[in-house]
Design a protein around this ligand. Structure first.
Ligand SMILES: [Zn+2]
Ligand SMILES: [Zn+2]
Length: 345
Protein backbone atom coordinates (compact mmCIF):
# COMPACT_ATOMS: atom_id res chain seq x y z
CA UNK A 1 0.00 0.00 0.00
CA UNK A 2 2.71 2.40 1.02
CA UNK A 3 4.71 1.58 -2.12
CA UNK A 4 1.66 2.20 -4.29
CA UNK A 5 1.13 5.59 -2.70
CA UNK A 6 4.77 6.50 -3.22
CA UNK A 7 4.55 5.42 -6.87
CA UNK A 8 1.40 7.40 -7.41
CA UNK A 9 2.72 10.61 -5.94
CA UNK A 10 6.02 10.18 -7.84
CA UNK A 11 4.08 9.98 -11.10
CA UNK A 12 2.04 13.08 -10.22
CA UNK A 13 5.20 14.93 -9.16
CA UNK A 14 6.86 14.10 -12.51
CA UNK A 15 3.87 15.57 -14.38
CA UNK A 16 3.98 18.68 -12.18
CA UNK A 17 7.72 19.14 -12.67
CA UNK A 18 7.34 18.87 -16.46
CA UNK A 19 4.54 21.45 -16.34
CA UNK A 20 6.63 23.78 -14.19
CA UNK A 21 9.65 23.61 -16.50
CA UNK A 22 7.47 24.25 -19.56
CA UNK A 23 5.85 27.25 -17.87
CA UNK A 24 9.20 28.65 -16.83
CA UNK A 25 10.50 28.38 -20.37
CA UNK A 26 7.58 30.49 -21.65
CA UNK A 27 5.33 27.80 -23.07
CA UNK A 28 1.73 29.04 -23.15
CA UNK A 29 -0.38 27.80 -20.27
CA UNK A 30 -2.76 25.88 -22.51
CA UNK A 31 0.10 23.78 -23.86
CA UNK A 32 1.14 22.87 -20.35
CA UNK A 33 -2.37 22.00 -19.24
CA UNK A 34 -2.15 18.34 -20.30
CA UNK A 35 0.50 17.73 -17.63
CA UNK A 36 -1.29 19.67 -14.88
CA UNK A 37 -4.51 17.83 -15.73
CA UNK A 38 -2.72 14.48 -15.71
CA UNK A 39 -1.20 15.20 -12.28
CA UNK A 40 -4.60 16.05 -10.85
CA UNK A 41 -6.15 12.96 -12.47
CA UNK A 42 -3.57 10.63 -10.95
CA UNK A 43 -3.82 12.22 -7.50
CA UNK A 44 -7.63 12.07 -7.59
CA UNK A 45 -7.84 8.48 -8.86
CA UNK A 46 -5.69 7.21 -6.01
CA UNK A 47 -2.84 4.68 -5.90
CA UNK A 48 -4.83 1.44 -6.24
CA UNK A 49 -6.81 2.43 -9.29
CA UNK A 50 -3.72 3.83 -10.99
CA UNK A 51 -1.68 0.69 -10.20
CA UNK A 52 -4.49 -1.49 -11.52
CA UNK A 53 -4.77 0.47 -14.78
CA UNK A 54 -1.00 0.47 -15.25
CA UNK A 55 -0.84 -3.30 -14.64
CA UNK A 56 -3.41 -3.82 -17.38
CA UNK A 57 -1.74 -1.31 -19.72
CA UNK A 58 -4.90 0.79 -19.62
CA UNK A 59 -3.79 4.03 -17.91
CA UNK A 60 -5.19 6.05 -20.82
CA UNK A 61 -8.65 4.91 -19.65
CA UNK A 62 -8.23 7.50 -16.91
CA UNK A 63 -9.79 10.80 -17.99
CA UNK A 64 -6.97 13.32 -18.37
CA UNK A 65 -4.29 10.77 -19.38
CA UNK A 66 -3.28 10.56 -23.03
CA UNK A 67 -0.60 8.50 -24.78
CA UNK A 68 2.27 10.91 -24.01
CA UNK A 69 1.41 11.29 -20.32
CA UNK A 70 0.89 7.52 -20.05
CA UNK A 71 4.39 7.01 -21.47
CA UNK A 72 5.84 9.33 -18.82
CA UNK A 73 3.95 7.41 -16.12
CA UNK A 74 5.24 4.07 -17.40
CA UNK A 75 8.83 5.33 -17.32
CA UNK A 76 8.43 6.62 -13.75
CA UNK A 77 6.90 3.33 -12.59
CA UNK A 78 9.72 1.46 -14.31
CA UNK A 79 12.11 3.32 -12.02
CA UNK A 80 13.53 5.66 -14.65
CA UNK A 81 13.59 9.43 -15.01
CA UNK A 82 11.23 10.03 -17.94
CA UNK A 83 13.17 10.89 -21.09
CA UNK A 84 11.02 13.97 -21.74
CA UNK A 85 11.56 15.29 -18.21
CA UNK A 86 15.31 14.67 -18.46
CA UNK A 87 15.45 16.61 -21.74
CA UNK A 88 13.64 19.53 -20.16
CA UNK A 89 15.86 19.50 -17.06
CA UNK A 90 18.95 19.53 -19.29
CA UNK A 91 17.80 22.28 -21.62
CA UNK A 92 15.74 24.47 -19.31
CA UNK A 93 18.42 25.71 -16.97
CA UNK A 94 17.58 29.17 -15.66
CA UNK A 95 17.80 31.45 -18.66
CA UNK A 96 18.04 35.16 -18.95
CA UNK A 97 20.14 37.70 -17.12
CA UNK A 98 22.51 36.14 -14.64
CA UNK A 99 24.72 39.10 -13.79
CA UNK A 100 25.57 39.52 -10.15
CA UNK A 101 23.56 42.69 -9.45
CA UNK A 102 20.40 41.14 -10.93
CA UNK A 103 20.93 37.89 -9.04
CA UNK A 104 21.33 39.87 -5.81
CA UNK A 105 18.17 41.85 -6.43
CA UNK A 106 16.19 38.69 -7.21
CA UNK A 107 17.50 37.26 -3.95
CA UNK A 108 16.28 40.36 -2.11
CA UNK A 109 12.72 40.06 -3.41
CA UNK A 110 10.48 38.58 -0.74
CA UNK A 111 7.28 38.13 -2.65
CA UNK A 112 5.17 38.87 -5.69
CA UNK A 113 2.24 41.30 -5.86
CA UNK A 114 0.64 40.32 -9.16
CA UNK A 115 -0.41 36.75 -10.05
CA UNK A 116 -3.44 34.96 -11.47
CA UNK A 117 -5.15 31.68 -10.66
CA UNK A 118 -7.69 29.55 -12.49
CA UNK A 119 -10.38 31.75 -10.93
CA UNK A 120 -9.72 34.12 -13.85
CA UNK A 121 -7.36 33.37 -16.76
CA UNK A 122 -4.57 31.56 -14.90
CA UNK A 123 -3.99 27.85 -15.40
CA UNK A 124 -3.66 26.62 -11.81
CA UNK A 125 -5.54 26.73 -8.51
CA UNK A 126 -4.49 29.26 -5.85
CA UNK A 127 -3.07 26.45 -3.75
CA UNK A 128 -0.63 25.38 -6.49
CA UNK A 129 0.46 28.96 -7.08
CA UNK A 130 1.06 29.31 -3.32
CA UNK A 131 3.07 26.08 -3.19
CA UNK A 132 5.31 27.25 -6.04
CA UNK A 133 5.82 30.63 -4.35
CA UNK A 134 6.74 28.89 -1.09
CA UNK A 135 9.22 26.66 -2.97
CA UNK A 136 10.88 29.82 -4.31
CA UNK A 137 11.28 31.03 -0.73
CA UNK A 138 8.75 33.83 -1.01
CA UNK A 139 7.11 35.16 2.14
CA UNK A 140 3.98 36.42 0.38
CA UNK A 141 2.05 36.11 -2.86
CA UNK A 142 -0.81 38.41 -3.82
CA UNK A 143 -3.57 36.73 -5.82
CA UNK A 144 -4.74 39.42 -8.19
CA UNK A 145 -7.33 37.91 -10.50
CA UNK A 146 -9.15 40.06 -13.04
CA UNK A 147 -12.18 42.29 -12.44
CA UNK A 148 -15.66 41.66 -13.96
CA UNK A 149 -15.38 43.76 -17.08
CA UNK A 150 -12.58 41.63 -18.45
CA UNK A 151 -15.00 38.89 -19.46
CA UNK A 152 -12.51 37.20 -21.85
CA UNK A 153 -10.39 36.50 -18.77
CA UNK A 154 -13.34 35.34 -16.62
CA UNK A 155 -13.08 38.41 -14.42
CA UNK A 156 -14.54 37.93 -10.94
CA UNK A 157 -17.77 39.69 -10.07
CA UNK A 158 -18.30 40.81 -6.47
CA UNK A 159 -19.84 37.48 -5.43
CA UNK A 160 -16.99 35.36 -6.80
CA UNK A 161 -14.36 37.67 -5.35
CA UNK A 162 -16.00 37.37 -1.92
CA UNK A 163 -15.90 33.59 -2.26
CA UNK A 164 -12.24 33.78 -3.22
CA UNK A 165 -11.53 35.77 -0.05
CA UNK A 166 -12.99 32.90 1.99
CA UNK A 167 -10.90 30.33 0.11
CA UNK A 168 -7.72 32.35 0.72
CA UNK A 169 -8.57 32.74 4.42
CA UNK A 170 -8.95 28.96 4.71
CA UNK A 171 -5.72 28.35 2.82
CA UNK A 172 -3.80 30.72 5.10
CA UNK A 173 -5.37 29.18 8.20
CA UNK A 174 -4.26 25.72 7.03
CA UNK A 175 -0.73 27.03 6.42
CA UNK A 176 0.16 27.52 2.76
CA UNK A 177 3.92 27.92 3.32
CA UNK A 178 3.57 31.50 2.15
CA UNK A 179 1.18 34.27 3.15
CA UNK A 180 -1.41 34.50 0.37
CA UNK A 181 -2.49 38.13 0.18
CA UNK A 182 -5.93 38.94 -1.15
CA UNK A 183 -6.02 41.19 -4.17
CA UNK A 184 -7.30 42.12 -7.58
CA UNK A 185 -6.03 43.34 -10.91
CA UNK A 186 -8.79 45.85 -11.39
CA UNK A 187 -9.51 47.39 -14.77
CA UNK A 188 -9.04 51.13 -15.05
CA UNK A 189 -12.18 52.26 -16.86
CA UNK A 190 -12.11 55.00 -19.46
CA UNK A 191 -12.75 57.78 -16.95
CA UNK A 192 -10.09 56.46 -14.57
CA UNK A 193 -12.58 54.85 -12.18
CA UNK A 194 -12.16 51.23 -11.10
CA UNK A 195 -14.10 48.13 -12.11
CA UNK A 196 -15.03 46.92 -8.61
CA UNK A 197 -16.98 48.28 -5.63
CA UNK A 198 -15.14 50.52 -3.15
CA UNK A 199 -16.40 48.32 -0.33
CA UNK A 200 -14.67 45.24 -1.77
CA UNK A 201 -11.51 47.09 -2.80
CA UNK A 202 -11.22 48.28 0.79
CA UNK A 203 -11.17 44.70 2.02
CA UNK A 204 -8.26 43.62 -0.20
CA UNK A 205 -4.59 43.58 0.77
CA UNK A 206 -3.28 44.55 -2.69
CA UNK A 207 -5.03 46.45 -5.47
CA UNK A 208 -3.19 46.43 -8.80
CA UNK A 209 -4.91 48.73 -11.31
CA UNK A 210 -4.30 48.24 -15.04
CA UNK A 211 -5.57 49.48 -18.38
CA UNK A 212 -6.85 46.62 -20.57
CA UNK A 213 -9.24 48.43 -22.92
CA UNK A 214 -9.07 51.42 -25.28
CA UNK A 215 -5.28 51.32 -25.20
CA UNK A 216 -5.13 53.62 -28.21
CA UNK A 217 -6.99 56.41 -26.46
CA UNK A 218 -5.98 60.00 -27.20
CA UNK A 219 -2.82 61.15 -25.34
CA UNK A 220 -4.47 63.70 -23.03
CA UNK A 221 -7.46 61.50 -22.22
CA UNK A 222 -5.13 58.57 -21.40
CA UNK A 223 -3.01 60.82 -19.17
CA UNK A 224 -6.11 61.95 -17.29
CA UNK A 225 -7.40 58.37 -17.03
CA UNK A 226 -4.14 57.11 -15.52
CA UNK A 227 -3.62 60.10 -13.21
CA UNK A 228 -7.13 59.61 -11.80
CA UNK A 229 -6.38 55.93 -11.14
CA UNK A 230 -2.90 56.58 -9.68
CA UNK A 231 -4.42 59.21 -7.37
CA UNK A 232 -7.13 56.86 -6.09
CA UNK A 233 -6.14 55.96 -2.51
CA UNK A 234 -7.46 52.42 -3.04
CA UNK A 235 -4.83 51.71 -5.73
CA UNK A 236 -1.57 50.23 -4.45
CA UNK A 237 0.20 49.35 -7.72
CA UNK A 238 -0.12 50.69 -11.27
CA UNK A 239 0.10 47.57 -13.48
CA UNK A 240 1.97 47.30 -16.84
CA UNK A 241 1.48 51.01 -17.49
CA UNK A 242 1.95 51.23 -21.29
CA UNK A 243 0.22 47.98 -22.25
CA UNK A 244 2.88 47.31 -24.88
CA UNK A 245 3.63 43.82 -26.22
CA UNK A 246 7.17 43.21 -27.44
CA UNK A 247 6.93 39.77 -29.06
CA UNK A 248 5.18 38.49 -32.17
CA UNK A 249 3.10 41.09 -33.94
CA UNK A 250 3.52 43.22 -30.84
CA UNK A 251 1.55 46.22 -29.66
CA UNK A 252 2.85 49.77 -29.31
CA UNK A 253 2.80 51.47 -25.91
CA UNK A 254 -0.17 53.67 -25.01
CA UNK A 255 0.48 57.37 -25.35
CA UNK A 256 0.38 59.47 -22.15
CA UNK A 257 2.40 62.11 -20.30
CA UNK A 258 4.80 60.07 -18.16
CA UNK A 259 5.80 63.06 -16.00
CA UNK A 260 2.18 63.63 -14.97
CA UNK A 261 1.41 59.95 -14.37
CA UNK A 262 4.57 59.10 -12.43
CA UNK A 263 4.36 62.29 -10.41
CA UNK A 264 0.83 61.22 -9.39
CA UNK A 265 2.16 57.78 -8.45
CA UNK A 266 4.98 59.25 -6.34
CA UNK A 267 2.69 61.76 -4.61
CA UNK A 268 -0.02 59.23 -3.79
CA UNK A 269 2.18 56.28 -2.85
CA UNK A 270 1.11 54.16 -5.78
CA UNK A 271 3.90 51.77 -6.72
CA UNK A 272 4.86 51.57 -10.38
CA UNK A 273 4.90 47.95 -11.47
CA UNK A 274 7.86 46.57 -13.36
CA UNK A 275 6.01 43.82 -15.20
CA UNK A 276 8.40 40.89 -15.74
CA UNK A 277 6.43 38.96 -18.37
CA UNK A 278 8.80 38.47 -21.33
CA UNK A 279 6.17 39.68 -23.80
CA UNK A 280 5.49 42.85 -21.77
CA UNK A 281 8.64 44.08 -19.98
CA UNK A 282 6.67 47.16 -19.09
CA UNK A 283 7.46 50.06 -18.57
CA UNK A 284 10.06 50.49 -21.31
CA UNK A 285 13.52 51.52 -20.07
CA UNK A 286 13.18 55.22 -20.90
CA UNK A 287 9.91 55.47 -18.94
CA UNK A 288 11.42 53.55 -16.05
CA UNK A 289 14.08 56.24 -15.80
CA UNK A 290 11.40 58.95 -15.76
CA UNK A 291 9.57 57.12 -12.96
CA UNK A 292 12.82 56.70 -11.05
CA UNK A 293 13.56 60.39 -11.42
CA UNK A 294 10.07 61.22 -10.13
CA UNK A 295 10.87 59.36 -6.92
CA UNK A 296 8.43 56.50 -7.46
CA UNK A 297 8.42 53.26 -5.52
CA UNK A 298 8.40 50.11 -7.69
CA UNK A 299 7.06 46.60 -7.49
CA UNK A 300 8.77 43.86 -9.50
CA UNK A 301 5.96 41.47 -10.37
CA UNK A 302 5.65 38.41 -12.56
CA UNK A 303 1.97 38.69 -13.51
CA UNK A 304 2.28 34.88 -13.46
CA UNK A 305 -0.58 32.87 -14.95
CA UNK A 306 1.03 29.53 -13.99
CA UNK A 307 3.38 28.32 -11.23
CA UNK A 308 6.56 28.12 -13.36
CA UNK A 309 6.10 31.75 -14.40
CA UNK A 310 6.70 32.86 -10.81
CA UNK A 311 10.42 32.58 -11.63
CA UNK A 312 10.20 35.39 -14.17
CA UNK A 313 11.03 38.12 -11.62
CA UNK A 314 14.61 38.02 -12.89
CA UNK A 315 13.53 39.75 -16.10
CA UNK A 316 11.98 42.63 -14.18
CA UNK A 317 14.93 42.74 -11.79
CA UNK A 318 17.34 43.10 -14.72
CA UNK A 319 15.34 46.13 -15.89
CA UNK A 320 15.46 47.70 -12.41
CA UNK A 321 19.23 47.21 -12.24
CA UNK A 322 19.70 48.69 -15.72
CA UNK A 323 17.64 51.75 -14.72
CA UNK A 324 19.69 52.23 -11.53
CA UNK A 325 16.77 51.68 -9.16
CA UNK A 326 18.01 50.84 -5.65
CA UNK A 327 16.57 47.82 -3.81
CA UNK A 328 15.28 50.12 -1.07
CA UNK A 329 12.85 51.69 -3.56
CA UNK A 330 11.39 48.34 -4.52
CA UNK A 331 8.32 47.63 -2.42
CA UNK A 332 8.56 43.85 -2.54
CA UNK A 333 12.07 43.72 -1.15
CA UNK A 334 10.29 44.61 2.10
CA UNK A 335 8.75 42.25 4.66
CA UNK A 336 5.08 41.35 4.79
CA UNK A 337 4.37 44.17 7.27
CA UNK A 338 5.57 46.73 4.71
CA UNK A 339 3.15 45.38 2.13
CA UNK A 340 0.24 45.45 4.54
CA UNK A 341 1.10 49.00 5.55
CA UNK A 342 1.37 50.06 1.90
CA UNK A 343 -2.04 48.52 1.26
CA UNK A 344 -3.60 50.48 4.10
CA UNK A 345 -2.35 53.86 3.01
ZN1 LIG B 1 -3.08 42.98 -16.93
ZN1 LIG C 1 -2.27 40.38 -14.74
Amino acid sequence: MRALEADNSTVAAAFERIAYLLERSREPTYRVRAFRTAAAAVRTAGPERVADLVARGRLTDLAGIGPSTAKVAAEVLGGAVPAYLQRLEDSAEPEGPQDRATAELVGALRGDLHAHSDWSDGGSPIEEMARAAADLGHAYLAMTDHSPRLTVAHGLDAGRLERQLDVIAQLNAAGAGVCVLTGIEVDILEDGSLDQTDELLDRLDVVVASVHSKLRMDHDAMTERMVVAATNPRVDVLGHCTGRIVVGKGRPPSSFDPDAVFEACARNRTAVEINSRPERLDPPDELLRVANGAGCVFSIDTDAHAPGQLEWQRYGAAKAVAAGIPAARILNTGPLEDIREWGEM
